[in-house]
Design a protein around this ligand. Structure first.
Ligand SMILES: [Zn+2]
Length: 149
């Protein structure tokens, strides 16, 4: 089935597995030999390494497979945008709340993004500014950080 799950899924995907997912998201329905072919144009990974990654993603239910004319066709069970958002959110959830803004700023500063994306960011920031708190507290210690931040 190529039904896309609606609820966000805890994104435990390794860097290598992301490469596989990006191929499947782009091509939608793909065989393991097509994935191997495309991966080997970018990486020096062996067939068995790539097959292991595909199997792992299938077991974790990020990929599903269906037999068609004797071969398995793989497709994603999760949406790309939702999965990227969830992954980025879970990353930032581990950081100090007080410092997240400066990390985000550094990220934007160092990233190549389009003019359209920059305009979108400006609009989002303008909207955020209207309701943003003056200060976001450090949440690193159980009782807060007293005068340290
Ligand atoms: Zn902190």
């Amino acid at each position: 089935m190529d039904t896309v799950k609606k609820e966000p899924k805890k994104v435990e995907i390794s860097s290598a597995e992301w490469q596989i997912m990006r191929i499947v998201w782009t091509l939608k329905h793909v065989t393991s030999s097509e994935i191997i072919n495309l991966m080997q144009k970018k990486q020096t990974w062996s067939d068995s390494t790539i097959k292991t990654l595909i199997t792992r993603l299938t077991k974790k239910e990020f990929l599903s497979r269906e037999k068609e004319q004797g071969r398995y066709i793989y497709s994603a069970t999760v949406e790309e945008q939702a999965t990227m958002n969830e992954y980025a959110n879970s990353l930032f959830a581990d950081f100090c709340a007080h410092k997240s803004g400066s990390v985000l700023n550094e990220l934007i500063d160092s990233m190549e993004i389009s003019q359209a994306d920059i305009k979108m960011l400006q609009k989002t920031l303008d909207n955020k500014l209207a309701t943003a708190p003056e200060h976001v507290k450090c949440d690193c210690l159980p009782d807060g950080c007293a005068d340290m931040c």
